[in-house]
Design a protein around this ligand. Structure first.
Ligand SMILES: C[S@@+](CC[C@H](N)C(=O)[O-])C[C@H]1O[C@@H](n2cnc3c(N)ncnc32)[C@H](O)[C@@H]1O
Length: 455
């Protein structure tokens, strides 16, 4: 063994988060991921790691065995786990609530229980530090343990790791670490490393101070905007087959059909096509598309939003469908077919990043969604060596790329976090530097506590 810190990666997918670990200096000994296509990307990019593909419930003991073998008697420094979040995510929460109420889904989502085998591996292996990454909603998620007892996930983590470990979950806005994308995640760190213990007692947090903020005041830099990130890429156009791609690799977008292109083409900056106004007579006061929360707590958009101009009667370039020969407003949220702002970071990239109909997916000015190449930039993947190639030699489809991006955190933000943990552990930062910018940011002080504590 060399003397680099060691890690294992659970729920590794294509290894986007793992780029941060390797950049910080970790050797990733073992990885586990259910889906072979995602893990094949991982295997191509992390050839030194023992990659175990399959269900963590079935592979927990095998993972344990391989880690022990690779450690050959040494301690494991970091267990990095990113269990899937579909059972907790805000996306689709209305649908989820409906399904639970109508008895189509159990109130406790089995996908949330993946924390159980994860904690079994953690308590068997006793890593110096564990780092979980998940959606912010994980903090309030209840899971049933093996005995059927209900626990808040964070309480379960605390209970299973035992008193040797200290830590907490904190909501991080990745734009605060200089990422040109607003993405909030719950970062949960628990550690039994004595240096991290001392740090946590003194500061109450394991997170590095934010380097950026929305307004860039009080010594922080302003958020990196979409303009900063992508304006250099050549213009492309989703309405023209000869201009929907460029010579820049991955700088391509799916074509929009004629109607969709018409809606998108008339969508002003930062607006949704659902609010488009009349292009025939120029009347600009047709009622916008609105959403209201019903008594059942579910947010619904109006189905009576007009699609014909109230002044001249012409059709508005708003998303509509034809039913029984009649045009009606399409079902969709007020953020569907909406342009992002050039003067803010991108909205969170999801696996639907190439679908104009999904939330906040339109380019700020051009008539299209973001290209995959732009997504690599926004998600900070292009700050690291990474190839979209599979070890099994099969082609990497765009759908796989979108899924892998949509389910991962921007690695450069995570790099800041794991480097900070290593610096604390090695004693190269002092607790006083947790709440001021110290030498990192030339002694300026932050405007407030950097992150919202959730427990
Ligand atoms: C949030 S994503 C992980 C993102 C990843 N860490 C990255 O940086 O790209 C969660 C992953 O867990 C995987 N997964 C879901 N159920 C699993 C199971 N039972 N065993 C192992 N992996 C599973 C999913 O296929 C998905 O790729």
């Amino acid at each position: 063994m060399n003397n680099r810190p060691t890690a294992i990666s659970l729920f590794s997918s294509g290894g986007i988060g793992d780029l941060a670990l390797v950049a910080a200096g970790y050797d990733i000994l073992v990885s586990n991921e259910l889906m072979s296509d995602r893990h094949s990307l991982f295997e191509h990019n992390f050839p030194e790691t023992t990659a175990l593909t399959g269900d963590i419930w079935k592979l927990a003991d095998t993972i344990h065995g391989h880690v022990r073998e690779r450690l050959s008697g040494c301690e494991l420094d970091l267990l990095y786990a990113t269990p899937p979040c579909q059972g907790m995510s805000k996306n689709g929460r209305g649908k989820l609530l409906n399904a639970i109420r109508s008895g189509q889904r159990p109130p406790f989502d089995v996908r949330n229980r993946l924390i159980l085998p994860t904690l079994r591996i953690a308590s068997g292996m006793k890593p110096r530090t564990v780092l979980f990454e998940n959606v912010a909603e994980m903090a309030n998620t209840v899971v049933l343990d093996e005995r059927g007892e209900a626990f808040l996930v964070l309480d379960l983590i605390r209970e299973r790791l035992g008193p040797e470990y200290v830590g907490r979950g904190e909501v991080v806005e990745f734009a605060d670490y200089g990422v040109p994308e607003c993405r909030q995640r719950l970062i949960t760190v628990f550690s039994r490393d004595p240096a991290l213990h001392r740090w946590f007692e003194a500061t109450g947090t394991f997170l590095p101070p934010a380097s950026h903020s929305r307004n860039g005041r009080n010594g922080r830099l302003p958020w990196v905007t979409l303009r900063d990130a992508i304006s250099e890429f050549p213009a492309i156009d989703a309405g023209d087959p000869t201009r929907a791609a460029s010579e820049v690799p991955f700088h391509r977008v799916p074509l929009l059909d004629e109607s969709k292109y018409w809606w998108v083409r008339h969508t002003p900056p930062e607006k949704s096509a659902f609010d488009n106004q009349c292009v025939a007579c120029g009347f600009a006061r047709n009622p916008p598309h609105v959403a209201r929360r019903g008594r059942d707590g579910i947010n619904r958009t109006s189905d009576s939003t007009p699609i014909y101009c109230s002044k001249c009667g012409a059709m508005l370039p708003r998303p509509s469908v034809q039913r029984e020969g009649k045009h009606e407003i399409m079902r969709g949220f007020t953020s569907a077919y909406k342009r992002m702002s050039y003067d803010e970071p991108a909205s969170a990239l999801t696996r639907n990043l190439s679908y104009a109909c999904s939330d906040n997916k339109l380019h700020p000015e051009q008539n299209r969604v973001l290209s995959l190449r732009e997504a690599f930039r926004v998600h900070t993947i292009d700050r690291f060596p990474y190839e979209w190639k599979r070890k099994d030699g099969k082609p990497t489809r765009d759908k796989l790329i979108r899924e892998v991006i949509g389910e991962s955190v921007p690695p450069d933000g995570l790099r800041r976090i794991v480097e900070h943990l290593l610096n604390i552990s090695s004693g190269s930062v002092r607790p006083s530097q947790a709440t001021d910018f110290g030498p990192l940011f030339s002694g300026r002080t932050p405007e407030s506590v950097p992150h919202g504590f959730v427990d």
